[in-house]
Design a protein around this ligand. Structure first.
Ligand code: AMP
Ligand code: MG
Length: 343
């Protein structure tokens, strides 16, 4: 892998112009979106896309999302645009919604990882939209973290993971959503949720009349099963610490962690509930504010590693609304280890 001096570009017109020029030249650039930072390459250039996998250390069988800025960019990339996709796009594009289509011949195998489908999203972040338009090509972009580490929600997270591996990171501030996009398969009558995100199941059902949820969203895939969304089979977002989710009332959670205060434990708790804890803690949002939790969850997972946390008992979020996305990511960070104090 080539070594780069990685530059942090400002998210202004000069920075955007420079990022677009690098992308057109087949280079990789870390770019902001409203979900998380993406590691972008020209989606139509198989060689450039291939370098994303090297830079991230990403398994070759995990396909990438193609980012577009305008509706007109979609039809050339896909075999057909189902009416369901048009309805969902009218409601939620630009925004944190990725749809799975049957792909066209324009999509290199490196993007779709050998599948016959392609994932496409139209981000709403103004800097992302400007870079895509100036590059003049769709951009393939997975999250801009090293494979396995928490997704980046700040330019500094991307710099921490990608310095030396890519020429530039474009700074667009803190990501407003904070978890990766909702992924939904629109190749069937009823949309099927493959990964929860900022667009909730209720929002999908409101437009589509119904939604099915892939079992891998809330449970571990059985050994040997084929993942509908290959990314869901990996132990993602994993900090170095041993993370365990703890489901229960604020009182039961406090009693549980306090009983372990002679061990090297850190509590990952809700805002406003720290007072009852007798162990070190980092809070990640209010219990009743899933959108706030989504914005902070990945940064907190990174900070746990920075402070050298050994065992992290994380207060389990609600699975309602955007909470489902937070729960899904934490479940993977915890390797599906959940202690249920309510039982
Ligand atoms: P990331 O870009 O890191 O957010 O990962 C992209 C996610 O989208 C992964 O979970 C992939 O498995 C999923 N994905 C991308 N393309 C497809 C596809 N054609 N079919 C199903 N899932 C996909
Ligand atoms: Mg990722």
């Amino acid at each position: 892998m080539r070594e780069y001096t990685t530059r942090l570009l400002p998210g202004d017109s000069l920075g955007i112009r420079e990022a677009a020029a690098l992308l057109r030249a087949g280079e990789l650039v870390g770019i902001p979106t409203e979900t998380v930072y993406g590691l972008a390459a020209n989606a139509l250039d198989g060689g450039a896309v291939g370098r994303i996998f090297t830079a991230k250390g990403r398994p070759q069988d995990n396909p990438l999302i193609v980012h577009i800025a305008d509706w007109e960019a979609l039809p050339p990339l896909v075999a057909e645009v189902p009416p369901l996709a048009k309805k969902l796009a009218d409601a939620y594009w630009p925004g944190p919604l990725t749809m799975i289509f049957r792909k066209s011949a324009l999509i290199p195998d490196e993007v779709s990882a050998g599948l016959s489908t392609v994932a496409v999203r139209m981000p709403s972040h103004p800097v992302a939209r400007a870079v895509i338009r100036q590059a003049g090509v769709p951009l393939a972009a997975p999250s801009a973290n090293l494979s396995g580490s928490p997704s980046p929600t700040l330019a500094s997270h991307v710099m921490a993971d990608m310095t030396g591996r890519i020429p530039a990171v474009l700074d667009g501030g803190e990501c407003a959503v904070g978890v990766e996009s909702t992924v939904v398969d629109v190749t069937k009558e009823t949309p099927c949720l493959l990964r929860p995100g900022g667009v909730t199941p209720a929002m999908l059902a409101a437009v589509a009349g119904g939604v099915s949820i892939n079992p891998a969203v809330t449970s571990r895939l059985p050994e040997g099963a084929v993942a509908a969304s290959p990314g869901m089979k990996y132990k993602h977002y994993a900090p170095k610490a041993h993370v365990v989710l703890v489901r229960g009332t604020p009182e039961d959670y406090a009693a549980f962690v306090n009983a372990r205060r002679d061990e090297p434990v850190t509590a990952m708790c809700f805002d406003g509930e720290e007072g009852a804890l007798r162990v070190p803690y980092i809070s990640y949002g209010r219990r009743d504010d899933p959108a706030g939790q989504a914005r902070r969850v990945f940064d907190v997972l990174r900070r746990l590693d920075e402070i050298g946390a050994k065992t992290v008992y994380c207060a389990c979020p609600s699975e309602e609304g955007v909470g489902l996305a937070v729960y899904n990511r934490l479940l993977r960070a915890a390797g599906f280890e959940v202690i249920d104090l309510d039982r």
